[in-house]
Design a protein around this ligand. Structure first.
Ligand SMILES: C[S@@+](CC[C@H](N)C(=O)[O-])C[C@H]1O[C@@H](n2cnc3c(N)ncnc32)[C@H](O)[C@@H]1O
Length: 230
C-alpha cells in the first residue's frame, strides 16, 4: 500500500486527484465509496459528506437515491466534483464550507447520516473532536456516522515499518505543501466518547484503513465491537 500521505500533494492539483487516489489505493478506493453508500444511503435520506473533495462518496450516496450535501474547504476540489454527472435519482449540493462551519449551515437533528472519507486524517485532534460533536447534534436520533480513513497497523513490527516508510514521505510532502496528514488514532473510542452507540471498527487493506460506524442515541451510552473486513 502506498502511503496516503501523498494526498496533500494530489490536492494541490485537483484535476489529478482521482487518478492519484486510485493509484495510492491500488484501485480500491471506489470499493470504500460504495461500501459507505451501501451502509448509509437510501432514497429520502439526507447525508452530509465532510471533506467531500472531488465527490467520490457524495456521488456514490446520490447513486442510491439520497439527498447529499458535500462540503469542502478547497474550491478546486469542489470544481472537479461539480463537473461530474450525478448518477441515479439522488441529488448532490457541493458547498465550500469548513468542518468548523457545519453548525452555521445545518440545523440540529436534520441529517440521517454524516460520512467522511480520508478527511479526518487532515484535521487536528481538536477539529476531529469538534466535528464529531457537531455531527452528533446534527443527526436525527438513530442517524448514522461513518468515517473511513488511513490508520496505522496494530501489530508492533508492521506498525514500526509503516511509520518508518512514512517518515521521509511526510518530510517531502511538507516541503511541497507545507502541510501533512496523520493516520487517525483512537477514532472508535472518540466516537463512543461523543455519545454514539453500537460503535464498530472495521479494518481493511492489511490493517492500514479503518471504517468506524456509530449510531446517534438519544441518551449517551455506548457499546462496541471490533471486526475484521477485507
Ligand atoms: C484526501 S481528500 C478526500 C476527498 C474525498 N472525501 C475522497 O475520499 O476522495 C481530503 C479533503 O478534505 C478537505 N478538508 C481538509 N480539511 C477540511 C476542513 N477542515 N473542512 C472541510 N474540508 C476539509 C480537503 O480540502 C480535501 O478535499
Amino acid at each position: 500500500m502506498s502511503s496516503f500521505v501523498w494526498m496533500k500533494v494530489l490536492e494541490s492539483a485537483p484535476e489529478r486527484y482521482d487518478r492519484g487516489v486510485h493509484r495510492l489505493s491500488r484501485g480500491r478506493i471506489d470499493d470504500v465509496y460504495r461500501r459507505i453508500a451501501e451502509r448509509v444511503a437510501a432514497p429520502a435520506r439526507t447525508i452530509l459528506d465532510i471533506g467531500c473533495g472531488t465527490g467520490g462518496v457524495s456521488l456514490a450516496c446520490a447513486a442510491r437515491g439520497a439527498e447529499v450535501f458535500g462540503i469542502d474547504l478547497d474550491a478546486g476540489m469542489l470544481e472537479v466534483a461539480r463537473a461530474k454527472p450525478v448518477p441515479g435519482d439522488g441529488t448532490v449540493t457541493f458547498l465550500q464550507l469548513a468542518a468548523a462551519e457545519i453548525e452555521d449551515r445545518f440545523p440540529e437533528r436534520t441529517l440521517d447520516a454524516v460520512v467522511s472519507c480520508l478527511a479526518f486524517s487532515e484535521l487536528s485532534p481538536e477539529q476531529q473532536a469538534y466535528a464529531l460533536k457537531i455531527a452528533r447534534t446534527r443527526l436525527r436520533p438513530g442517524g448514522e456516522l461513518l468515517i473511513a480513513d488511513e490508520v496505522a497497523p496494530r501489530s508492533g513490527a508492521r506498525r514500526a515499518w509503516y511509520h518508518l516508510r512514512r517518515a521521509p514521505l511526510i518530510a517531502l510532502t511538507y516541503v511541497l505543501t507545507q502541510t501533512t496528514t496523520r493516520p487517525v488514532a483512537g477514532l472508535a473510542d472518540a466516537v463512543r466518547a461523543t455519545g454514539f452507540r453500537e460503535v464498530t471498527e472495521t479494518r481493511i487493506w492489511e490493517d492500514t484503513f479503518v471504517l468506524v460506524h456509530g449510531v446517534r442515541a438519544e441518551a449517551a451510552g455506548a457499546s462496541a465491537s471490533t471486526e475484521e473486513g477485507s
